[in-house]
Ligand binder design. Structure first.
Ligand code: G3H
Ligand code: 13P
Ligand code: ZN
Length: 314
């Protein structure tokens, strides 16, 4: 059942985080739904601009509609990840999306607000909620000075004004993470002081953490042992994700970890079966392994086991 993102956030805030999982193809859709059903978790399925252009947005949307029928007990929201104004408007008008992300973080403060507000006005008229971004996502590296690091992070002092003037429903905050498989150097981690300050200023307002893949080291080792070259790949510590999930971080975005599972399964499968040229054997293993990963991650987020309690509130 597709529900509003708002409903999911209301149930989760301060107790757990909802996984925002990116998908690109049928095997990911099947693994994602299976993993969430196995762990009895609500979730957000998210489509990036790149994913919508990979085959065709209509293929992905049709797969989600089909999965909704195949898994009638699933409760989830459909979200546009990292949209620009044009793709946000397209998703809002389609009537299929629960929420959109307008990523105008490249613009200055006032321009970010203006762009976000235009999307919010169109979205709210159709019952769609909006995630905006304030601050610059990017790993806080060890060689960066404290001043430089602070300049990248979301400034809690700006959040209240940004939310009030833009009307956004949730906010992607820069708290030290970055996208991809190479995050942090040395002992860097999440900036809990930023999360705490925002939660204090805007209690109940959902924060979103992008760049949340943990980059499991056993996956990286297996990829490298099967011909990959991923030296120094590193992700977010899972204990830190669990802690953030109870502090107002209500959506945790994960894409890279799913790609790592895909890469490991396919590299090992073709290494171990050099005579094989069929796509289905590895595809089947991937669906099962991705489902296993999702179920595990939902345990980390605290969303595992929340499905029936959430259902009572709908
Ligand atoms: O944050 C970005 C997501 O990982 C989506 O990546 O634009 O390559 O689909 P993508
Ligand atoms: P990762 O690259 O850490 O998986 O982050 C994904 C993300 O933030 C999608 O918006
Ligand atoms: Zn992101």
């Amino acid at each position: 059942m597709i529900v509003s993102t708002k409903k999911l956030f209301e149930h989760a805030y301060g107790k757990y985080a909802v996984g925002g999982y990116n998908i690109n193809n049928a095997e990911q859709v099947m693994g994602l739904f299976r993993g969430n059903m196995d762990s009895q978790a609500p979730f957000i399925i998210q489509l990036s601009k790149g994913a919508r252009a990979y085959t065709d947005k209509r293929i992905l949307e049709a797969m989600i509609r089909a999965a909704d029928e195949i898994f009638p007990d699933a409760i989830f929201a459909v979200h546009l990840d990292h949209g620009d104004e044009e793709s946000c408007m397209d998703c809002i008008e389609s009537g299929f999306y629960s929420s959109v992300m307008i990523d105008a973080s490249h613009a200055d403060f006032d321009e970010n607000i203006a762009i976000t507000k235009r999307v919010v006005d169109a979205a709210h008229a159709k019952g769609v909620s909006v995630e905006a971004e304030l601050g610059k996502l990017g790993g806080v590296e060890e060689h960066i000075s404290v001043d430089e690091a602070d300049a990248k992070l979301t400034d809690p002092k700006e959040v209240e004004e940004f939310v009030k003037r833009s009307g956004c429903d949730s906010l992607a905050c820069a708290i030290g993470t970055s996208h991809g498989a190479y995050k942090f150097t040395g002992g860097q981690g999440l900036h809990f002081e930023v999360i705490e300050a925002i939660a204090r200023l805007l209690p109940g307002f959902p924060m979103v953490m992008h760049g949340s893949s943990s980059v499991p080291q056993d996956e990286v080792e297996r990829i490298n042992a099967a011909g990959g070259a991923m030296k120094g790949a590193k992700g977010v510590d899972e204990a830190q994700i669990t802690m953030a999930s109870t502090m107002g971080v209500t959506k945790v975005n994960i894409d890279t970890d799913g790609r790592l599972v895909w890469c490991r399964v396919h590299r090992e499968s073709f290494r171990d079966n050099p005579e094989n040229f069929d796509l289905r054997p590895a595809g089947k293993i991937f669906m099962a392994e991705y489902a296993k990963y999702i179920a595990h991650k939902n345990g980390v987020l605290g969303s595992a086991g929340q499905l029936e309690d959430l259902r009572k509130t709908l």
